[in-house]
Design a protein around this ligand. Structure first.
Ligand SMILES: [Zn+2]
Ligand SMILES: [Zn+2]
Length: 68
């Protein structure tokens, strides 16, 4: 793995930060200075890629709606 100056996320040329978790080189836009992690690690640690779905409503008996 060669260390060159390109963001692991958007492949921009200007990178000035290194993720303290996965070690990826990221640009300023994809680096969270608060945590010191890249945007992917920050997103992964803040709940994951899957959004929370609303609880299934079991009120409609006349219309069949696909679950999930
Ligand atoms: Zn970037
Ligand atoms: Zn990272």
């Amino acid at each position: 793995m060669s260390v060159t100056g390109s963001c692991e996320v958007c492949l921009t040329e200007t990178v000035e930060h290194t993720c303290d978790r996965c070690g990826n080189l990221v640009c300023e836009r994809h680096f969270d200075q608060t945590t010191g992690f890249c945007s992917e690690c920050t997103t992964e640690m803040s709940g994951g890629p899957e959004p929370q779905e609303e609880p299934p409503a079991d009120t409609d008996t006349d219309t069949h709606i696909h679950r999930f």
